[in-house]
Ligand binder design. Sequence first.
Ligand SMILES: Cc1cc2nc3c(=O)[nH]c(=O)nc-3n(C[C@H](O)[C@H](O)[C@H](O)COP(=O)(O)O)c2cc1C
Length: 389
Amino acid sequence: MNNKNILLGITSSIAAYKIYELIRLYKKNNFNVKVVVSNNALNFVSPLVLETLTNEKVYCNQFEPRVEVEHIGLVDWADIFVIAPISANTISKCAQGFADNLLTSIFCAFLGSKKPVFLAPAMNKDMYNNPIIKENILKLKNMGCDFIDCETGFLACGTQGVGRLADIELIYQKTKRLIYQNKANNNKKVLISVGGTKEKIDSVRYISNYSSGKMGIAIADWAYNLGYDVAIVSTIDFKRNYPILKVDSAIEMLEELSNQKFDYLIMAAAVGDFRVEDVSEYKISKENIGDCFELKLVKNPDIVKTIAKNKKENQKIIGFCLADKELINCAQNKLIDKNLDYIVANDVKTALNTDKNKVTIIEKSGRIINIDLDFKDNIAKKILEVVCD
Ligand SMILES: Cc1cc2nc3c(=O)[nH]c(=O)nc-3n(C[C@H](O)[C@H](O)[C@H](O)COP(=O)(O)O)c2cc1C
């Protein structure tokens, strides 16, 4: 149990059906969830399903006989109030301070309590573009509510445009950041390299490695949760609330990383040491070669060493070392040779393409911190606790 309490409001947008999946994500990750619905939302979601998913009663009626005043009790209970989806109607009522049902009464009290409020709108594109709705969204933002923007795409009303509820995974990720963030980290930039580089052989083939990128992604996600300004340079493409700069080769990765500002650079990518000297513009055909085919490989630049040469005083650079023998020796040598602040040593046997890992962090001063076998998600948080102060 992480003992964090999420109060989830649901209003009557057609996107409400997607919220079952959001509740599943919250519950799977051990958040306590209670749901409050607007009366109209009951046209779109079933209390039975919500109660089964949350194992809690669903709150709706403000005037139900009770032992406690719910709109105050629920505010006290919750660490965050998420309204997803929030309709145009409820946005406008919230912006004006209306408290005409249980959900808007809770909002009214929540905003006064200074705890985080997170709103995920969903509506038809013309409603979203309505200047009154835009103004009300801006008003709520200025009052400290966090929003996740609507997506553009196919809408339930049959049109194309902006107004779709944001991706459920992104709503989940942003909820975590709003719960866990330390606002002092908001202006500190963590730059992370992720994934195994791909070195082209010809127009269709490449040389790579077994890196899944899981460790780097877990570090990036935790850096985001903790409130850092995160960007990643990655050979893997996926959806997140932070920028993902996509590259393939080691040289592309070096170029992209060199263009970025950072306070902390965490080199979690598995960078290929070599690349093919002459990349064929066309697919190499086996018809044109004999039984043996030789590729000449040349050394790639050492990315972290190159960047560390121009390191500014306030910047920290964290490298990774992967080896199957003499791991700690190897890591210590790299730490010194590459001018790093920390190095994270991990064993080939536990690190590659797995969900769990165990690592040893070595600091420039010589201090050694061992982190026992654990899920990469937990290891990532512990690494950040050590290397980012
Ligand atoms: C089928 C249907 C779909 C709707 N979808 C949306 C929507 O996506 N977003 C929205 O703001 N309103 C939508 N509405 C309109 C709201 O349901 C309506 O404004 C309602 O009064 C909002 O009540 P509430 O904010 O108390 O839940 C929809 C209405 C219907 C009948």
